[in-house]
Ligand binder design. Structure first.
Ligand code: KIV
Ligand code: ZN
Length: 510
């Protein structure tokens, strides 16, 4: 009988620590619901003490999700744990994840603590967390560079204090698979009470080994993997959920465990996360890249047509790629539209939201001959905007002509007041961005601007990503429209709305 491999998703916490990937509360709830639909076991929703916004996001996820367990991160500090416990109060099932660094360099340089003090703090933190929930996870941060003897001591102590999951992070992505697997094996063998806890791993991808290290740990008895959609995360990211899940599922001959994940929801979740964060998925990315199941060379195509297993180890439809890509036309009704959204794993909050998206779909179907699945997914991301936005686009007209300077006439609603300007620029997008800045005066710096067509053909919607920076804070915005200048303005405004919201936010590991 295969054992269960627990999937702990940290897209909303570690994924969000990636510069530019910050998400609003509503966006986090949408991603959490998509993870719940995928049957993720545990969703790490955030670091509640970081800010009021982070607290409210964790609370909102805890209230919205009923099937998955919702987890909040806390340093080994009383106030952190109290805040996490409060944020998770309404969850159907909750977990507190507390951590403290254990590597010599972190203890000396960051914590300025002696090893015994670190153990004492860890034990107190676990005991405190147990006052809020029976489900407490402990992580010795930078375990990948910690001394195994010390890890054994601290882990034995926290199990006695009530930790039920021991998560071993390779915080800086320094380990290699054989070594990391051996570490898990050693800890399980040497810690006398190790059978009272589930061993978990949390690998960063600095050497491109996060997934390989996690799988090596699983082969050595780890039964929880911490991962993120699309491998989003600090620096080079975390282990990619989709790769872990599909490796274990595809190689059941090697792993005596499997996950509960509904793999057909993977592509929808990947698109949702990349749409919200603006972190595009590279075409050759395993499982969720656009080319992951495409065959170019004639020899491969011939083989696949004769018997797909000649060149395919997984079926595209098993991870949520749809062969039936043409969806609906302008005569399609609301029910057909709703069914298609559900098939695609697209999350909408209410009937009002569905109506707004349906209205946008009708407008798009009027402009565009065929509406594809990708169009629908972009429409939903574009329509379901938070209702607390300070800046809204009312209208945009751009004139552009050979030999003339393009001019944008822009009307925005800023804090409920309509403002209008006319600005020129080196191109239509430049003129539109200057017009927005003329009104908002945000003094942000544009770090990235990119346009991709969502489907093929010149009538395709353009999807624009914009990344803005102000005072070291980076945010991203996305917009989609068949008119790329309008898509660009929408993306810029979405990013602006994020950056003009004041935040005073703590980073868990600094
Ligand atoms: O990478 C890391 O060590 C972490 C911990 C907070 C688990 O994210
Ligand atoms: Zn991490």
């Amino acid at each position: 009988m295969s054992e269960q491999l627990i999937i702990f998703d940290t897209t909303l916490r570690d994924g969000e620590q990636s510069p530019g990937a910050s998400m609003t509360k509503d966006e986090k709830v949408r991603i959490a619901k998509s993870l719940e639909r995928m049957r993720v076991d545990i969703i790490e929703a955030g670091f509640p003490i970081a800010s009021v916004g982070d607290f409210e996001s964790v609370q909102a996820v805890a209230r919205a999700v009923t099937e998955s367990r919702v987890c909040g991160l806390a340093r080994a500090l009383g106030n952190d744990i109290e805040r996490a416990g409060e944020a998770l109060k309404d969850a159907n099932a909750s977990r507190i994840h507390t951590f403290i660094a254990t590597s010599p360099i972190h203890m000396k340089m960051k914590l300025r603590m002696e090893p015994d003090q670190v153990i004492e703090n860890a034990v107190k933190a676990v005991q405190r967390a147990r006052q809020y929930t029976d489900d407490v996870e402990f992580s010795p941060e930078d375990a990948g560079r910690s001394e195994p003897d010390f890890l054994c001591r601290i882990l034995e102590a926290v199990i006695d204090a009530g930790a039920r999951t021991l998560n071993i992070p390779d915080t800086v992505g320094y380990n290699v698979p054989q070594q990391f697997g051996h570490l898990i094996h050693t800890l399980r063998e040497r810690i006398p009470n190790s059978d009272k806890a589930v061993f978990s791993v949390h690998c960063h991808n600095d050497l491109g080994l996060a997934v390989a290290n996690s799988l090596s740990a699983v082969a050595n008895g780890a039964r929880q993997v911490e991962c993120t959609i699309n491998g989003l995360g600090e620096r080079a990211g975390n282990a990619a959920l989709e790769e872990i899940v599909m490796a274990v599922r595809t190689r059941q001959d090697l792993f005596n465990c499997d996950t509960n994940i509904d793999t057909t929801q993977i592509v929808a979740a990947s698109r949702l996360v990349s749409g919200i964060t603006g972190f595009a998925v590279q075409p050759n990315k395993a499982i969720v890249g656009a080319n992951a199941f495409a065959h170019e060379s004639g020899i491969h195509q011939d083989g696949v047509l004769k018997n797909r297993e000649t060149y395919e180890i997984m079926r595209a439809e098993d991870v949520g790629w749809h062969t039936n890509r043409i969806v609906l036309g302008k005569h399609s009704g609301r029910n057909a539209f709703r069914t298609r959204l559900e098939e695609l794993g697209v999350i909408y909050e209410s009937e009002t939201e569905l109506n707004a998206v349906f209205q946008r779909f009708k407008e798009l179907a009027d402009k565009k001959h065929e509406v594809f699945d990708e169009d629908i997914q972009a429409l939903v991301s574009d329509t379901v905007a938070p209702n607390n936005e300070r800046v809204r686009l009312i209208s945009l007209k751009v004139t552009s002509e050979t030999g003339e300077t393009p001019v944008a006439m822009m009307t925005l609603c800023v804090d409920e007041e309509e403002k209008q300007v006319e600005m020129s620029g080196s191109g239509p997008v430049d003129a539109a961005f200057r017009a927005i800045e003329e009104i908002v005066q945000s003094q942000t710096e544009l770090q990235l601007y990119s346009v991709n067509n969502i489907t093929s053909g010149t009538d395709s919607q353009g999807e624009v990503n914009v990344r803005l920076e102000k005072g070291g804070r980076i945010v991203s915005g996305q917009g989609a429209d068949t008119d790329i200048v309008i898509a660009s303005a929408k993306a810029y405004i979405q990013a602006l709305n994020k950056i003009i919201m004041p935040v005073d936010r703590a980073h868990p590991q600094v």
